[in-house]
Design a protein around this ligand. Sequence first.
Ligand code: FE
Length: 214
Amino acid sequence: MIKESFFKELRAKIQSNFEEGGSHAFDHTERVYNLSLKLSKNKKVDLDVIKASALLHDIARLKEDNNEIECHAEHGSKMAEEILKEMNFPEEKIKQVIYSIKVHRHSKKIKAETKEAEILQDADRLEALGAITIARMFSTGGKINMPLYKPEIPFGKVHEGYHMDSTIHAFHAKILKLTPETFNTKEAKKIAKERYRFVEEFLDQFLKEWKGEL
Ligand code: FE
């Protein structure tokens, strides 16, 4: 097992690739890292691969947000390979990290073929459910000046690309699609259930307040 000091060094090395604030600042990566370790408990998985994949999975996210690249999963796997090679991370583990990062993206719906990749997918998808997700959604919405809600537009209307009518519409288009049974591991399904219920409750109360019913 690789020493903790390696991952400390890796963290320091990659900081500049992340935005200061917003939904994909480094705190998102830290939560994915912690969730990945939690989901790895009592499982025969390579923790070095789990840790490196979690820390590096969104390394190219800012580039994608700035329209410099097309897919942060694809490009991020290449950046991860370079960084890990430079730090002498074992060759066979690098291959696994590349794979996990390539398939992590939930909008692409790729079936993960390794336990480590399944865990990264689950941890990253759990980050899209729950109280922090609600905060992240409105933070992103605020950044692009998106309305909180547009009651005149029905849910489920499909748009080209990333356009959403309001942040509440984005919950319907993205977050509510992450139903607990779509997670890979038993442990993640359980956490997802709790977090999904919380989001539903929030949306329910939001609409009641909007209509002046509560
Ligand atoms: Fe992520």
